[in-house]
Design a protein around this ligand. Structure first.
Ligand code: F6P
Length: 364
């Protein structure tokens, strides 16, 4: 019996279950293939006792419509940085990658499919360099991976953010307010830009175009006449003023390395107030609502294509490669050529031009 082990790592994302289901279904068409799932990314392999489950057709039946991941995930630690508590209560980080590879060998695992964002794919590449037969599947709601035209999860997040804009419009209008919506995306403004255009916001602030608060207020003033009017600002969590930095804080969670991006909406509201602008304002932070719930049809389809391709890459022994969408094809790209390369919004792109064409201000 041949065995492929699947892990989901990093922040979750609508569509992960659709990838898992596609891998299992495609594997079921071959003789002698079994699919295992490691619980909580690679923690399942490294835990004692090992937490690995058999993923068969019954287990994955109907899961493509479910958000989250049935095998769990984590964006802390990992085989190269396993947190170990010292006697004084502080932590050090151990490299357990060799031990993990050995354990996979004892378990009779022939190949691993690692579904995760850039951080997880860096782990895939490092494990590949140590001799593990591994294939990457990219995921992120942020859509910030250069290797692939789109990642699954992004369109669902955009839909959720757009519905939030639609809801804010009605209440902003009733109260003559400026309502500010903060959305995710880390250093990329994809979700903010798409939701601002789809929802019809007046101002869109993204990391790729640092904003001048006076320009933001200029656009808001145009929307108000003797106190009457309303406006919507969509701001990416990674947005920053000209000459300023992102709004964030270091997390105290063990093994969590990313800076937590929080406070962009509150900061811009404060900056607007300081200019003397008088209309009432409120902020909404959409947060993890963007990652939860059912994946939309687009993301289920893309995730299914990724899952089938990943298993077919296992059959071809295309290890050290990652699945990618390069319209209209699903292709295999070498991990080492694509990891660490961010895809940011191009300020000269046609979508930015269209947004400006309908009066959206980027505060520049
Ligand atoms: O990368 C996906 C993402 O949702 C980002 O948009 C966001 O900044 C981050 O993860 C939040 O991470 P966590 O779930 O650890 O708070």
């Amino acid at each position: 019996m041949n065995r492929v082990l699947v892990a989901t790592g990093g922040g979750d994302c609508p569509g992960l279950n659709a990838v898992i289901r596609a891998i299992v279904k495609r594997a079921g068409q071959e003789k002698n293939w079994e699919v295992l799932g490691s619980i909580q990314a690679f923690d399942g392999i490294l835990s004692e006792p090992t937490e690995v489950i058999l993923l068969d057709e019954k287990k994955v039946s109907g899961i493509h419509v479910r958000g989250g991941t049935i095998i769990g995930t984590t964006n802390k630690g990992g085989p190269f940085a396993w947190p170990v508590k010292r006697a004084d209560g502080t932590y050090e980080y151990a490299d357990r990658s060799d031990e993990m590879i050995r354990k996979l060998g004892f378990m009779g695992v022939d190949a691993v499919i690692n579904i995760g964002g850039d951080g997880s794919q860096k782990i895939s590449q490092a494990l590949y360099e140590k001799g593990l037969n591994i294939i990457g599947v990219p995921k992120t709601i942020d859509n910030d991976l250069q290797a692939t035209d789109f990642t699954f999860g992004f369109q669902t997040a955009v839909q959720i953010a757009t519905e939030a804009v639609d809801k804010l419009v009605t209440t902003a209008q009733s109260h003559n307010r400026v309502l500010i919506l903060e959305v995710m995306g880390r250093e990329a403004g994809w979700i903010a830009l798409h939701a601002a255009v789809a929802g019809g916001a007046e101002v869109c602030l993204i990391p790729e175009i640092p904003y001048d608060i006076n320009k933001v207020v200029e656009r808001l003033e145009q929307r108000f006449n003797r106190g009457k009017g309303f406006a919507i600002i969509v701001i990416a969590e990674g947005a920053k003023p000209v000459g300023g930095d992102v709004s964030g804080q270091k997390s105290s969670e063990v093994g969590y390395e990313n800076l937590r991006l929080i406070g962009a909406a509150a900061r811009v509201m404060n900056e607007i107030k300081q200019t003397g602008f008088e209309a009432d304002m409120r902020e909404t932070v959409l947060g993890h609502l963007q990652r939860g719930g059912i994946p939309n049809a687009y993301d289920r389809i893309l995730a299914t294509e990724f899952g089938v391709k990943a298993f077919e890459m296992v059959l071809k022994k295309q290890y050290g490669y990652m699945v990618a969408y390069r319209h209209p094809d699903i292709v295999a790209v070498p991990l080492k050529e694509v990891i660490g390369i961010e895809k940011l919004v191009n300020p000269d792109s046609s979508l930015i031009k269209a947004a400006r064409g309908i009066g959206i201000s980027f505060g520049d």
